[in-house]
Design a protein around this ligand. Sequence first.
Ligand code: PLP
Ligand code: COI
Length: 365
Amino acid sequence: LSEPTLTFAIERRTDPLPDEQREAVLANPGFGKTFTDHMVLATWTPGDGWHDARVTAYGPLTLEPSAAVLHYAQEIFEGMKAYRHADGSVWTFRPEQNAARFVRSARRLALPALPTEAFVESLRVLVDVDQAWVPGTEHGEASLYLRPFMFASEAFLGVRPAAKVTYSVIASPAGPYFSGGLKPVSIWVSSEYVRAAPGGTGAAKCGGNYAASLAAQVEASEHQCDQVVFLDGLEHKWVEELGGMNLFFVRRDGSIVTPELTGTILEGITRDSIVELAKELGHDVTERRISIDEWREGVASGDIAEVFACGTAAVVTPVGRLAWDGGEVVMNGGEVGAVTERIRSTLLDIQYGRTEDTHGWMHRL
Ligand code: PLP
Ligand code: COI
């Protein structure tokens, strides 16, 4: 990476959370509930570009009720993690990929691009100031979840790209995303809702996609399922992804299939990494369309042995059950499969520095 194009002023707070209270949080962090002492802020305006970049005390933002984001949802975000290795050093995983996706999301939502160097620098400065918040190896596979985001902060109700934009990064210590530990999740096939359509925002990481997924998530909960699988918007036939995770199918012969990137699913960085790792582990990996019928029938016939979901927050999470209006199938007896387990541990070993990073994926913060 070249030199950062943006310098972040450091405004350390004088009243950080006392050590004992922070340690109590780190011992049982959950997901996305508690935030560190500081946050990053920067402002963009058309004349000045990015400016006023700083690390400052975490706290409420002041917005005009007319701020465009509150009306038209011009907003994007990213999700990544800082991992502490056994020697105490702190690393993140393929941050330049998140930076590149943030630029693509920005373009789709007509927001200004934040240069990769500035994006990575913003993570570095926040983690540096709040380094005591990165869980140590004594906390197992915990991490500091980093949430960069950008939104239209201009006070204006006209529908056009905002002329004032705020960038921020907040950080939150994270244990497992699903509270049940590494327990297979159940998935609901919504017959009503879609997440994305061709030409829409499915490949962008914008808040609106998640807002649009919530009614389907409620439907899933009503059917005792943890997550929803979204099918394509045109034929309502092709498996796309979950609300916040990509999907992989492990066949009985060891070959692996994942839905191809059609422009309507998020280009997951975990997904991309697993495609590579699975090939190295000897699996034949294909990116292609897979229909919901192929999933149902493949499980019923024994051709599909394991299914797992993946993403930064959820890492690799087995899918134990697929249910729809009128039926269900159970994968691998509802247990964690051996291939899922191996891929998960291969990835985690790299992220936690327990194995050599032969891909150059880890970036020291
Ligand atoms: N799909 C969606 C809709 C997501 O929100 C996420 C999470 O970021 C993913 C997939 C997985 O992406 P990644 O592996 O880059 O975290
Ligand atoms: C992530 O995996 O980082 C996500 O953003 C998924 C979800 C928490 C929205």
